[in-house]
Design a protein. Structure first.
Length: 288
């Protein structure tokens, strides 16, 4: 019996060496998302772009504005996250291409022209991004309080921000962990080159959509906005209700006016009173 077991073990060992265990494992191809092309506003790429190269330089123009994405192409279905950041003490733009928890990162270092004049007082926010989320209304130079709409089941926020001026910097919280019931407020501070600051507040609001639903919606070719047209005051039902209320009020006002004209008067305004009372006459005189 021992000889049989020994022979069996020897056969199995030989088989294992000849056919490694990995041969039995199902191979899973993981597609690494990449950036295929990119163009910037307020800057020009130095050299040619390649999806397999991850470090570049971009030369700023004379506007002093932070570069933003003008156009790009990436792996189908991937999310592109644009961040103003610092790498190895060099300021620039980081672009993360992410899909199915796999990502590629491209860093574009700023090259400053000699003629560049930076507005040292500019502390405005240019862009803010958060995966599967949307800011409403659009960022502008007037408002500092906004809503940040996120999926109903999102439990982790990773917010990135870009200052309007290339000389300014943004302070944002790190990764924010929350439960599905929490809707906190997030502060983003923009610090100008002269040290002046501007604080922006983003109130978290939950969409009536899950992360999976939002991701599918954002990947559609005709996608424009998660929020535009979805808020109650933007829906046709609200407009119908508002029009009905206004119409009802107008009908009531017209009806009241007509009733006043048609109502029968119980007295004649031109009729002389039969009895008159003289306020100057005292009670004693009236008794006499």
């Amino acid at each position: 019996m021992k000889k049989i077991l020994s022979a069996f073990c020897l056969v199995m060992l030989t088989f294992a060496l000849a056919f490694p265990c990995t041969a039995f494992a199902q191979e899973v191809d993981v597609e690494v998302p990449v950036l295929k092309s990119v163009e910037f506003n307020n800057a020009q790429l130095v050299g040619e772009f390649s999806a397999s190269r991850f470090d570049y330089e971009i030369e700023l123009d004379e506007s002093g504005k932070t570069p933003t994405l003008k156009s790009y192409t990436a792996t189908d279905g991937a999310n592109v996250i644009f961040t103003d950041s610092v790498s190895s003490n060099e300021k620039g733009i980081n672009i993360e291409v992410k899909m199915n928890n796999v990502s590629s990162n491209y860093f574009f270092t700023y090259v400053y022209p000699d003629s560049l004049l930076v507005d040292e007082t500019d502390n405005y926010l240019k862009e803010i991004s958060c995966e599967l989320a949307e800011v409403y209304p659009k960022l502008n130079e007037k408002d500092t309080t906004y809503s940040l709409y996120i999926p109903s089941d999102m439990t982790e926020l990773k917010i990135s921000a870009v200052a309007q001026s290339v000389g300014a910097s943004c302070e944002v919280p790190g990764i924010i962990t929350l439960n599905a019931e929490q809707s906190p407020s997030v502060k983003v501070t923009v610090k100008a080159a002269d040290g002046s600051v501007r604080v922006y507040t983003f109130n978290i609001k939950r969409l009536d959509k899950t992360c999976e639903q939002v991701e599918q919606e954002m990947q559609s070719e005709d996608f424009t906005s998660l929020v535009e047209g979805e808020l109650f005051h933007q829906k046709p039902e609200f407009k119908i209700i508002l029009a009905s209320v206004i119409g009802g009020i107008l009908i009531i006002l017209v009806a009241v006016k007509l009733l006043k004209r048609l109502a029968v008067k119980v007295f004649d305004e031109d009729e002389v009173e039969f009895f008159s009372f003289d306020e100057n006459v005292s009670e004693d005189d009236s008794e006499q």
